[in-house]
Design a protein around this ligand. Structure first.
Ligand code: NAP
Length: 247
């Protein structure tokens, strides 16, 4: 799957799933924008890895929840590579609490990053994606948006919110031949899962038919498939990569 010359912005790609996506796209010839909020050293490692594999990358600091920072990031990207072909809205956070203990601040922070960030980045890149040859919007959701999850009312709401958003943007892009899809991972071995207590992880594992948590690479391969031009007839879909979990 070649990504030669396509410019791809992957939000939150200093670590975890985003890092895997950025490195894979870069190794296939894309110009990759490695966005991060605070993990500067990690973002530089991702850039170095991409360059070592023969690809092109820049790092850009921006909090996706801040529209001004997203617009500055966009200007840096377009000055360097020109228009954006592929936006992967990957940056996401959790602030987990039982609903009875969840404050309005806990709710708002997760909304601001997981949905506000998606709005800011999609709004800023929308014309580029629409005008690109085979432009792509890829939103990283979660099986939690499909199933709900104890202690994650805020997070689950943002992740299911992406289904309606993706479907709508797919309709609005369709006339110009660009696509919008959602990738909904199950539970993936990243820092986000590392924060979950062991006894909770054991309970989750019992519900995964394939009897293992996902590796980052399991998710990356689907995102790369969607990002490349040959996925052109697939739009508005929610692609579950979850080891066979029911929802
Ligand atoms: P992670 O390891 O915690 O990495 C999160 C990344 O997002 C980091 O690079 C972080 O950068 C960045 N980020 C966080 N807030 C940001 C902000 N406001 N602006 C810009 N970047 C920001 O998380 P992950 O597990 O890879 O998750 C990535 C995505 O997959 C998320 O949307 C998550 O909801 C989704 N997902 C994860 C799982 C899972 O089990 N891990 C399952 C389903 C879906 P800094 O460190 O610089 O802040």
């Amino acid at each position: 799957m070649s990504m030669d010359g396509r410019t791809c912005l992957v939000t939150g790609s200093s670590k975890g799933i985003g890092r895997g996506i950025a490195e894979d796209l870069g190794s296939r010839g894309a110009n990759v924008v490695v966005n991060y909020r605070s993990s500067e050293a990690a973002a530089h490692e991702v850039k170095d890895t991409i360059e070592d594999s023969g690809g092109n990358a820049i790092t850009v600091q921006a909090d996706v929840a801040n529209m001004g920072e997203v617009q500055s990031m966009y200007e840096t990207v377009t000055d360097t590579y020109g228009n954006i072909d592929v936006l992967v809205n990957n940056a996401g956070i959790t602030v987990d609490k039982k609903f009875e203990n969840m404050t309005r601040e806990d709710w708002d922070r997760v909304m601001e990053v997981n949905l506000g960030g998606v709005f800011n980045c999609t709004k800023t890149c929308f014309e580029d994606i629409r005008e690109a040859h085979e432009g792509r919007l890829i939103n990283i959701s979660s099986v939690v948006g499909q199933q709900g999850n104890y202690g994650q009312a805020n997070y689950a709401t943002t992740k299911s919110g992406l289904f309606g958003f993706t479907r709508t943007i797919a309709l609005e892009l369709a006339r110009d031949g660009s696509t919008a899809n959602c990738v909904a991972p199950g539970f993936v071995k990243t820092d986000m899962l590392a924060d979950v207590p062991d006894r909770v992880k054991e309970g989750i594992l019992e519900r995964i038919p394939l009897d293992r948590f996902a590796e980052v690479e399991d998710i990356v391969s689907m995102v790369t498939f969607v990002a490349q031009e040959q996925s052109s007839y697939m739009t508005g879909q929610v692609l579950g990569i979850n080891g066979g979990m029911e929802w």
